[in-house]
Unconditional design. Structure first.
Length: 58
């Protein structure tokens, strides 16, 4: 059975648009960019992290 891709939901305030940001291959961070302007975001994965699945990028 195929494993589902892990993601975070991110609201990019720059363009007021929502997008999914997926875990990188090493599973050390969630990385992605705004689908309109390309602004990059990176959220580290670690034991001190959050259980939240939705964030706002400013």
């Amino acid at each position: 059975m195929e494993e589902k891709r892990r993601f975070l939901g991110v609201l990019f305030e720059c363009c007021r648009v929502y997008a999914r940001v997926y875990a990188n291959a090493e599973r050390t961070a969630y990385v992605g960019s705004c689908p309109r302007c390309g602004k990059r975001v990176q959220v580290r994965i670690g034991p001190e992290g959050s259980d939240s699945r939705f964030f706002t990028a400013r």
